[in-house]
Design a protein around this ligand. Structure first.
Ligand code: HAM
Length: 417
């Protein structure tokens, strides 16, 4: 019986899956830098009010998914359920000069029912373009997402876009929607019935089939856009077309967080089942002001790391043995030389390892095998006298001798370092 197991909804990333995670993170980092983003790191927990203020009292996150706790000084703290609020708090607190483009890779925590692609701890890869008002920024962020998924060879991706208007036009729309929902209350699922008064817009993207059928007749935000919002949306669409990015307008895409205005978008995969959103984002021109800063336009997105990994074609890890050299010594007399050699290999950028524990050749070869090393370098007494090392290819079993001074230059191309 296992004495300790991981908490429900959490995951271990063990090799080689941890390597695939690294590949996804590195792909994201490289792309973020290419688009002019710089890394920001914020705390794993923040004051609870920050999330209530930003994600919104009507969001599922705040209502039922936050990991909140009191610390020993009775402060209410919350493990971040998403990356955006901490970034904005940090930008304001550190008085960063805007415009600024920031990216992050962070664990997030949401207490939701675990299933494929939905976890209680998961990683978000996010970018935030702060101080950029143009609709073209929104399209550029969408392009960023498409390029990211294409670099990871993810097929079956659809970009969904919508506009949910601004403070002005949304007010008018909200009234129309409320009237419709109140009239049709009985036909909605219990969750939606509750949402009507708290967050009516969220009813639109309920996953329940009955609700969706009924909602086909509901008024949608795009029909009520003011002329500025209409122009903004047209520019987003034109820019997507100019960039030859396929997209679908989804009138019900309102997103689960309260801070969005105008553009909302999501990257949806046909490989994931119910949790099909690989990433999403949109414009949030009011959030910085609501958190105490000056009025500042902003737009951003976050991609789910685990869902990205699930949608990838196969485990993209190098096949065959690891790019690792195992240094083997045959008696205590050679240990010093072996330790120094291992260190020189490492200095030269060659991944190298040795075992201090047993002088037995057979045991050390077994350990090299367990470590999945590509090569073993054998430091033997008799070989040392002749100024050579043994080099064993652990894939083919072939063994040759190499003059000691040539070892590093001969190993480098073999290991592609
Ligand atoms: P979000 O749609 O709530 O947006 O989350 C972004 C992505 O995180 C989702 O598309 C999904 O891939 C992943 N995700 C969310 N919840 C889970 C979960 N329980 N398990 C696994 N993956 C999950 C945001 O959080 C916004 N902050 C995005 C944004 C940035 N908007 C503007 N800037």
């Amino acid at each position: 019986m296992l004495r300790h197991t991981r908490p429900k909804g959490t995951q271990d990333f063990i090799p080689p899956v941890s390597q695939q995670k690294l590949l996804v993170e590195n792909t994201f980092r490289d792309l973020a830098v290419i688009y002019g983003f710089q890394e920001i790191v914020t705390p794993t927990f923040e004051h609870t009010e920050l999330f209530i203020k930003s994600s919104g009292t009507g969001s599922d996150i705040v209502i039922k998914e936050m990991y909140s706790f009191q610390d020993r000084s009775q402060r209410s703290l919350t493990l971040k359920p998403e990356g955006t609020p901490g970034v904005i708090r940090a930008v304001l607190e550190n008085r960063l000069v805007l415009p600024a483009r920031l990216y992050y890779i962070t664990p997030c925590f949401r207490y939701s029912r675990p299933q494929k692609g939905r976890y209680r701890e998961f990683y978000q890869l996010g970018i935030e373009a702060l101080g950029e008002a143009s609709a073209r920024t929104d399209a550029e962020l969408i392009h960023f997402g498409v390029r990211f998924f294409s670099r990871l060879n993810i097929a079956g991706l659809t970009v969904m876009v919508n506009s949910i208007g601004c403070r002005t036009c949304r007010q008018d729309y909200r009234e129309k929607l409320l009237t419709f929902l109140r009239l049709n209350r009985e036909a909605l699922c219990p969750d939606c019935q509750q949402r009507i008064e708290v967050n009516p817009l969220r009813v639109l993207d309920c996953k329940n089939d009955h609700c969706q059928t009924m909602l086909q007749k509901a008024p949608v935000p795009r029909e009520y856009l003011c002329s500025d919002c209409q122009t903004h949306f047209t520019i987003v669409i034109n820019e997507l077309t100019a960039r030859q990015l396929p997209y679908r307008i989804d009138d019900h895409l309102v997103r689960g967080l309260d801070y969005y205005n105008r553009t909302t978008f999501e990257f949806v995969s046909d490989k994931l089942g119910a949790q099909n959103s690989l990433g999403g984002g949109g414009r949030y021109d009011y959030l910085i002001e609501e958190l105490g800063g000056p009025p500042t336009p902003a737009s951003g997105l976050a991609i789910g790391l685990e869902r990205t990994m699930l949608a990838m074609p196969q485990l993209e890890v190098p096949t065959g043995r690891r790019q690792l050299v195992f240094v083997i010594w045959t008696s205590e007399n050679e240990l010093r030389t072996a330790v120094d050699l291992t260190d020189r290999l490492r200095e030269a950028g060659i991944p190298a390892q040795l075992s201090f524990d047993s002088p037995k050749l057979k045991r050390q070869l077994h350990l090299a095998d367990l470590a999945d090393a590509a090569f073993a370098v054998i430091v033997g007494e008799e070989e040392l006298k002749r100024g050579v090392y043994g080099l064993k290819n652990l894939t083919t079993g072939e063994q040759i001798e190499l003059p000691a001074p040539e070892l590093i230059s001969r190993l480098k191309p073999l290991l592609a370092v």
